[in-house]
Design a protein around this ligand. Structure first.
Ligand SMILES: Cc1cc2nc3c(=O)[nH]c(=O)nc-3n(C[C@H](O)[C@H](O)[C@H](O)COP(=O)(O)OP(=O)(O)OC[C@H]3O[C@@H](n4cnc5c(N)ncnc54)[C@H](O)[C@@H]3O)c2cc1C
Length: 403
């Protein structure tokens, strides 16, 4: 009998973990609380290193068909225009995907779920909310809201930031919550016709209100900070949406607003990513500032390494101590790499002092102007350094031939 794993949560991380486990010879039951795949607009950037890791599942071409290739990303100032631009094609010698792919996260899930339909060793159940986990040492069980108990050789928790599995294990989720909330507004209005040299990914500094302006296939998405002088309802109002979008491009007509959402931003990491036969991944294990787009990407990196590692342990090819080591490595990377990079991004855009902000922009301009510095920065921002930091471990579990 092949080993059996229950994966909790059919978000991007749960879907990738299920694919990795299944390709490692494991029978997977993927449990999703919602009645159908959540399709709200959340992360929409896949970094080069993540695309390299996803290539093994044969899904990247399909994602590219449904996404937008973004070779350039830019730092701008609202008044000065482009301050620094980085061209990822310069990394073509170290990645097969020298670009960011602008593609909403639910599209990866749709492509994966479609693939699972033809796989005998992945069963997907919607409307299956997990309320608790029992770790028996050499196996684990998931308890569903319906009262059903599902026994397995191991459980993967990919059930998002409010993870019921993490809570049921009593794991701490320490860190901090930012003072500002983030408001995301999406519009079909073609911003690029009105702002010179607009890349598909732009970090825009401004003394009054910084923003991030991203293109997806159909929409421009603008992310703004919301201070404590504004309630959620005020920030989400038509008046606020129009004022903010008119601040990007002033026009006589109102903007069509396709989506609007506001959320709180945290930096938090679970105190362990593996407890006995339960492995935490993605937002269940770590959440961070979305600037730089590393949350979902980091979760996919967890799912590939820890999914392959868990499958190898269950097949008897690897000792449990190696899974513990890999989980610790992913935790260290969540703290040292993702948290630092995203926090720095937030600081450079949002520094309240204009001299500090100008210094941050000058630093970006100097980096972009020097090919060596630009390369070193892009290796960090594209998560290639993060992938390389687990090169030996990926090779150990047979996942990835690094270049
Ligand atoms: C509003 C919002 C906007 C965001 N925007 C961005 C962005 O612009 N850029 C960016 O990089 N990141 C963004 N993020 C973060 C990004 O979406 C996450 O990092 C990413 O979704 C993590 O993937 P995941 O699979 O770990 O968790 P999730 O995507 O949260 O998936 C978890 C899945 O588990 C299911 N589930 C939850 N509890 C249970 C349970 N008890 N039993 C069974 N199933 C369960 C959920 O329904 C869900 O399908 C945003 C997050 C939010 C909340």
């Amino acid at each position: 009998m092949p080993p059996r794993v229950v994966v909790v949560g059919a978000g991007p991380v749960g879907c990738v973990a299920a694919a990795e486990l299944a390709s490692g010879g494991v029978d997977v039951t993927l449990l999703e609380a919602s009645l159908e795949l959540p399709r709200e607009l959340r992360a929409s950037t896949f970094h080069p290193a993540t695309l390299d890791l996803l290539e093994r599942f044969g899904v990247v071409d399909k994602m590219v068909q449904r996404g937008l290739i973004a070779p350039r990303f830019a730092y701008r100032d609202r008044r000065q225009g482009v301050v620094a631009e980085f061209d990822l094609t310069a990394l073509a010698d170290v990645t097969d995907h020298p670009f960011r792919l602008q593609c909403e996260q639910f599209k990866l899930c749709e492509i994966m779920l479609n693939k699972f339909r033809s796989m005998a060793n992945v069963a997907v159940r919607f409307g299956a909310e997990v309320v608790g986990i029992v770790d028996h040492g050499g196996s684990a069980s998931a308890q569903l809201a319906s009262g059903e108990m599902l026994a397995a050789d191991a459980v993967v928790a990919a059930d998002g930031a409010a993870s019921a599995v993490r809570k049921s294990l009593g794991l701490a989720f320490d860190g901090m919550t930012y003072e500002d909330r983030y408001l995301v507004l999406s519009t079909p209005f073609e911003m690029a016709d009105h702002l010179a040299d607009l890349a598909y990914v732009n970090y825009i500094s401004d003394p009054e209100e910084w923003l991030v302006l991203l293109r997806t296939v159909d929409l421009w998405r603008a992310l703004f900070p919301v201070g404590d002088d504004e309630t959620d309802d005020e920030a989400l109002s038509d008046e606020s949406a129009q004022r903010r979008l008119q601040g990007i491009v002033a026009r006589d007509e109102p903007f069509e607003v396709a989506h609007r959402t506001i959320y709180r931003v945290h930096q938090r990491v679970a105190d362990r990513f593996a407890v006995g036969r339960v492995v935490l991944m993605g937002d269940a294990a770590h959440i961070n500032n979305p600037l730089g787009g590393m949350g979902m990407n980091g979760g996919v990196h967890d799912a590939v390494l820890l999914g392959a590692s868990l499958a190898a342990v269950l097949r008897g090819d690897l000792g449990a101590d190696r899974l513990a080591h890999h989980a610790q490595l992913r935790r260290n990377l969540a703290i040292d790499y993702v948290r630092r990079q995203t926090h720095d991004n937030a600081q450079s855009l949002a520094a309240p002092d204009s001299a500090d902000r100008q210094r941050a922009l000058d630093l970006m301009a100097a980096r972009a102007a020097d090919p060596d510095k630009a390369r070193s920065y892009m290796l960090q921002a594209s998560m290639i350094n993060a992938k390389d930091a687990m090169r030996a471990e990926l090779e150990e579990v047979g996942v990835f031939k690094t270049g």
